[in-house]
Design a protein around this ligand. Structure first.
Ligand SMILES: Cc1cc2nc3c(=O)[nH]c(=O)nc-3n(C[C@H](O)[C@H](O)[C@H](O)COP(=O)(O)OP(=O)(O)OC[C@H]3O[C@@H](n4cnc5c(N)ncnc54)[C@H](O)[C@@H]3O)c2cc1C
Length: 588
């Protein structure tokens, strides 16, 4: 069975020493001590409440019985613990039922949740994302009724976009909405793959539904956003009549069994419009962007759990001898950890997880600063960074998360393939992250086709300047001079490739699609390298010698074995669309 120790020390180090979160945010009452306290409390909760339910979540999963989904044993109690601790609404304002903590701490929360029990994460993340969406886009009354109930964990939430004939292309949504004479709306249609579509954890479920009003334009410009509750709230805000929305099927999945994945039928269900008619997609994107970061953390969290269990196993399992002769001569064999290839896997996992953790937390900080930055300029810059890096993090973390879980399973050899040991669950569970919230190929298109070029490349220009100025700031550190120089070269290579691909795309838009995935990985590796420079700089400035040598060693691995991959990805990204598009469809 898998074990998990929340890496609270490393998370706190990154938040306080690498990113200086409290200094950057400058919020009253937010101190390093508070950050460390929050991180350690959440870590304790994840270790004690979630690790023990992870296996039943997989083995027993959810069941649809008499029209109601039963969640796996322990999920309800664990949810209550998070709700009672105030962790669901932690980032909402006090008047919305929240704690007013910064989003960056929610990133830490979700990394640890995903490590301890990945399939539990959506039960927390969905009401958080729905509350944020309604706080931004709903009218006063709607907001006042729903947001506090979501923030306190009384009510759960879903995001209802996908339909049988509509996945990536939301313009195909067929679910319809009709306005009644009393101003309310009804929704009709079928949504599939709805996470948490039904569950027995909360007393009500708030479905956020994309639907098309009668007479609305075709495509995405005709979509409106509706709140459609499982139980219609009564006049005092309590639970009223059962609404005409129900789960009709529970999907059987490869993994991720603890979260229900439902086909939902809306059969004239009462609903309320959120924001303006036909402006629903923009509003729903508040939820989607929040969810994209959480999906990235599925990859990161699963990789951390896989690393911990693989490293432990590699130290215990005796097989073979070191290539240079026995290192543990008194034992009948050396432990796996002496083998270079096992170390390649473990150090690769650490290089991704620790660099990725810093990058995810930095992104969380940008989300905070986009709202609370001191000046308009600061808010715009932070919002640009968040928009630019969200597809990078979503896609790269879910890809590397899966690759890391898979390679850490390899460390367990045949025992990794055996269900009882838990490693294969991590591989199955985290695979979804590459698909949901916009498949990874779509993230790559979003990066190259929209985010890089937005406002004449403003965000990309600012990102390059930020990386360059951080490298300048650490130029005096002998330990990282060479790495900084290599990172600068890699950044310039990405810049050159960006111009080249965009220029070709002026004649053929397929250049974006053919370059996208490799381009995104090259960009992401540069961003990870940048974080490793910051991590090592902070470690060198501190007095913890063990941390200093560990971080230097992992950074050395990153710059020797991961950063060089940038050039290869860029060569592929620039190989041209014709390589992919020349053959007629029937011959591919
Ligand atoms: C377990 C699970 C949970 C989910 N939870 C939710 C949820 O809570 N709410 C919700 O609304 N949906 C949910 N989904 C749906 C999920 O977001 C979609 O499956 C996903 O967006 C892809 O849509 P699709 O499956 O229809 O694939 P398609 O759109 O048919 O795409 C298939 C593949 O083709 C590629 N592709 C498609 N279009 C393009 C393009 N324009 N350019 C390049 N490549 C392209 C993509 O790589 C994709 O992988 C969930 C799905 C699963 C499996």
């Amino acid at each position: 069975m898998l074990t998990y120790r929340a890496p609270t020390r490393d998370i706190s180090f990154i938040l306080t020493k690498v990113l200086n979160a409290s200094g950057c945010l400058g919020r009253d009452g937010l101190s390093d001590d508070l950050i460390e306290g929050v991180v350690s409390e959440i870590g304790r909760l994840c270790e004690n409440e979630l690790t023990p339910i992870n296996r039943d979540g997989d083995e027993i999963g959810c069941e649809l019985i008499d029209g109601v989904v039963r969640t796996p044993p322990g999920f309800k109690d664990a949810f209550r613990s998070f709700a009672n601790g105030g962790w669901i609404g932690m980032c909402l304002d006090a008047e919305d039922g929240g704690q007013g903590l910064p989003e960056v701490l929610n990133v830490a929360l979700h990394e640890m949740i995903m490590s301890a029990c990945l399939s539990f994460g959506d039960y927390i993340g969905l009401p958080q994302a729905a509350a944020k969406t309604l706080a931004h886009h709903a009218s006063g009354e709607l907001r006042g009724l729903y947001v506090p109930n979501l923030a306190t964990g009384r009510w759960g939430a879903t995001m209802c976009m996908t339909e049988p004939s509509c996945g990536t292309d939301l313009g195909l949504i067929a679910t319809s909405a009709k306005q009644l004479s009393d101003g309310r709306y009804t929704v009709n249609g079928t949504k599939i793959f709805i996470s948490g579509g039904d569950q027995d954890i909360t007393e009500n479920i708030v479905h956020l539904v994309l639907a098309r009003l009668e007479g609305a334009p075709a495509g995405i410009k005709g979509l409106s956003l509706f709140v459609c509750p499982k139980f219609v709230p009564n006049e005092s805000g309590g639970i009223g009549d059962r609404n005409a929305v129900r789960p009709v099927r529970l999907e059987k999945k490869m993994g991720y069994h603890g979260i229900s994945t439902c086909e939902m039928v809306f059969d004239g269900a009462a609903a309320w419009l959120v924001g303006e008619p036909n402006r629903g997609l923009a509003a729903m994107f508040t939820m989607v962007n929040t969810a994209r970061l959480l999906v990235a953390l599925q990859g990161l969290g699963a990789a951390e759990a896989a690393y911990q269990n693989a490293a432990h196993y590699a130290r215990e399992r005796l097989q073979g001898r070191s290539l240079n002769g026995p290192l543990f001569a008194s034992q009948k064999a050396d432990p796996l950890i002496v083998h270079p290839d096992v170390r390649r896997i473990l150090l690769g996992a650490r290089a991704f997880v620790e660099g990725g953790r810093a990058l995810a937390l930095w992104l969380g900080l940008q989300i905070d600063l986009s709202e609370s930055g001191q000046t308009d300029e600061a808010r715009t810059a932070a919002s640009d960074f968040a928009a630019l890096l969200t597809p990078v993090v979503k896609s790269m973390f879910s890809d590397l998360g899966f690759e890391t879980c898979n390679s850490c399973m390899q460390v367990w050899g045949g025992h990794g393939y055996i269900r009882d040991n838990g490693m294969e669950q991590l591989v199955r569970d985290c695979r979804i992250a590459q698909i949901q919230e916009g498949a990874n190929g779509i993230q790559a298109l979003d990066l190259l086709g929209r985010k890089i070029t937005a406002e004449n490349g403003r965000a990309w220009g600012a990102f390059k300047n930020l990386v360059r100025s951080d490298l300048d700031a650490s130029a005096h550190l002998d330990e990282i001079k060479e790495w900084s120089a290599r990172l600068l070269c890699a950044l310039e290579s990405v810049d050159v490739a960006t111009r080249d691909i965009l220029q070709r795309a002026q004649h053929d838009r397929n250049e974006l699609g053919s370059a996208g995935v490799d381009y995104l990985r090259a960009f992401g590796l540069v961003a990870l390298g940048w974080m490793w420079v910051r991590i090592v700089s902070a470690a060198l400035a501190g007095d913890d010698k063990a941390r200093r040598s560990e971080k230097l060693a992992v950074a050395r691995f990153f710059f020797a074995r991961e950063l060089p991959k940038v050039e290869g990805h860029l060569v592929v990204a620039q190989s041209g669309a014709d390589v992919l598009m020349a053959l007629p469809s029937e011959m591919v």
